[in-house]
Design a protein around this ligand. Sequence first.
Ligand code: PLP
Length: 363
Amino acid sequence: MIYLDANATEPLRPEARDAALTAMEAVGNPSSVHQAGRGARKILESAREQLAAFTNSRPADVIFCAGATEADALAIHALGAGRPILIGATEHDAIRTAAPHTVTIPVLPSGQVDLAALESLLASRNGALVCLMAANNETGVLHDIEKAAKLCAAAGALLHVDAVQSIGRANQDWLALGATSFALSGHKFGAPIGAGALVTCPNLEIKALIKGGGQELGRRGGTPALPAIAGLAAALGSPYPAEQISAWRDEIEAFSIAQGAIAIGGGASRLPNTTCLALPGVRAETQLIALDMAGICVSSGSACSSGKVASSHVLLAMGLGNLAGQAIRVSLPWNVQEGAVQKFQAAYASMATRALRNVPQSA
Ligand code: PLP
């Protein structure tokens, strides 16, 4: 099997696995006052300190939760109450479904947020909450968070950044750039599935979405998933061979273009590991199934929506029309090997040759 679906979940990092296994052996609930509880609490607080140090934030402003879907929902619940909410047109469903009434900020054909449109939308909406992803999960396209944050600050708006796909691959100091908060998810950078965090700037009142027993200083109830949280902290800052990965991504992309593909978002700044390849006239599911049968794991649309036969809202927002249902995402994992590139190319060439034979000339 060749795994090229890192944006759905990165393979487990050995250091994250070790830390998670150690935490799994620890007896005790971090909320208990006795010795065992204090031991568990130490693991939790040390992970919090590591995450705060890595993201240049304060431990007190790190709220652990189950993943980024929850972190995004918490941000919208806590920061969006009573404010107009503006979201990027290519945001993940974690954002799109968490905010009931939103205004959409369009993107340019490149996939990057239309900053002029953001500025004019902000002009008529006092004290808004803006939600923008740092990097898109389907195309890898990076938004200019620094410029967006300046526009938000000038308009007195808050900015929540979904940093899920960027942590570990294209890190930025989001709070220093002017973000109010950002969301992250451990399994997107090599930790076990099950832990994420909302990190905020200091002195924000965060009203819990899940109240429960008042854990996380009353901001997120429920016993924290200690092994996943310990794994998350251990995976932070793990070496990421960005140059090598982007060279192999470019190789895959150039090869696929030569077979008839179009690289979507290819002109914009992108994550090093992602390419979104449309094959005109060939449905994404047909491509996925053919590649899967050849042992290659890739996706169409976001992982959360694969299985649904729907065009990607991200690609539709970029104005791609029919191509929005004809694109696959190839996302190289941190531990990709050169052989995977050749195996993908062989499978892609044979899939494209067979599929394009059946496409009518006018398609
Ligand atoms: N935001 C983005 C950009 C994502 O890619 C994902 C997962 O695909 C999420 C949020 C949701 O993350 P989680 O799986 O931790 O709930």
